[in-house]
Design a protein around this ligand. Structure first.
Ligand SMILES: Nc1ncnc2c1ncn2[C@@H]1O[C@H](COP(=O)(O)OP(=O)(O)OP(=O)(O)O)[C@@H](O)[C@H]1O
Ligand SMILES: [Mg+2]
Length: 252
């Protein structure tokens, strides 16, 4: 059974991209066929997994706007079983260009349906906004993973995100579910992190993954080498926890 998961939170810098790349690579190393879809104009997942944007022929923009077949925009990565539809800065225009187009909210869904059968997991790395690119992602997805950074203000903005999820469930994608809530960048040396964990667990209860991602410097270094943590430093704590998360995702 294949599953499309949007990794989303309109708050910036909470670990969406780090999770997309490393959960994707972990699932792939466990033998799952994985497609990453980079739908953030920043293109951090694209460069983070080692795809040179200058070499990209078709990106997700062409899939959304120019009706390019998603297969023609899919490229290999340096991880076996892991492919990607990249994003380049061209995508920055899509948010506005989509506004007057027909079926603007369902374009990604229609495209991904063409390739869904080829993968066990399709992970969509969303931008830090609730605009049309995120709406397309939520409409295309079976479920969402919400990364939450273990810091003050962690819950700020979440009601807006959950409201958007509800609106999409009501009008565009009745089957959309919350796959899980992932606590990221936990620092065991601060009481604050522990408080945030308690607060998030009270709010989301059993939806919170048991795996908590700690702050790990190797995780922040890996993207500048164009590698996931699984190849950059397989013995690091970062690799260990993302493998744990992948097993949890598979088991649910
Ligand atoms: N567990 C971690 N330990 C250390 N650094 C991390 C961890 N997770 C993420 N980072 C770093 O924090 C920064 C933000 O992470 P990331 O890019 O994954 O967030 P994001 O939600 O995708 O951001 P944006 O909203 O801009 O797309 C990056 O520099 C990343 O390397
Ligand atoms: Mg990102």
């Amino acid at each position: 059974m294949s599953k499309i998961i949007a990794i989303t939170n309109q708050k910036g810098g909470v670990g969406k991209t780090t999770t997309s790349v490393n959960l994707g690579a972990s699932l792939a190393s466990l033998g799952k066929r994985v497609l990453l879809v980079d739908i953030d104009p920043q293109g951090n997942t694209t460069s983070g997994i080692g795809v040179n944007k200058a070499d990209v022929v078709y990106c997700i923009y062409d899939v959304l706007i120019n009706d390019i077949h998603p297969k023609d925009a899919t490229v290999e990565t340096n991880v076996e079983n892991l492919k990607i539809i990249p994003a380049t800065i061209q995508l920055a225009g899509a948010e506005i260009e989509l506004v007057p187009t027909i079926s603007r909210e369902v374009r990604l869904k229609k495209s991904l349906q063409l390739v869904k059968h080829l993968y066990d997991y399709i992970l969509i790395d969303c931008p830090p906004s609730l605009g049309l690119l995120t709406i397309n992602s939520l409409t295309a997805a079976d479920s969402v993973i919400i990364p939450i950074q273990c810091e003050y203000y962690a819950l700020e903005g979440l009601s807006q995100l959950l409201n958007t999820v509800r609106l999409v469930q009501k009008h565009l994608n009745t089957g959309l579910q919350i796959e899980g809530v992932l606590l990221t960048m936990f620092d065991a040396r601060t009481n604050l992190g522990i408080q945030v964990i308690e607060e998030v667990k009270k709010y989301f209860q059993q939806k919170v993954y048991q795996t908590i991602i700690p702050r790990n410097v190797r995780l922040s270094e890996a993207p500048s080498h164009g590698q996931s943590i699984i190849t950059y430093d397989p013995r690091s704590k970062g690799a260990e926890v993302y493998m744990e998360l992948a097993k949890e995702v598979i088991s649910l």
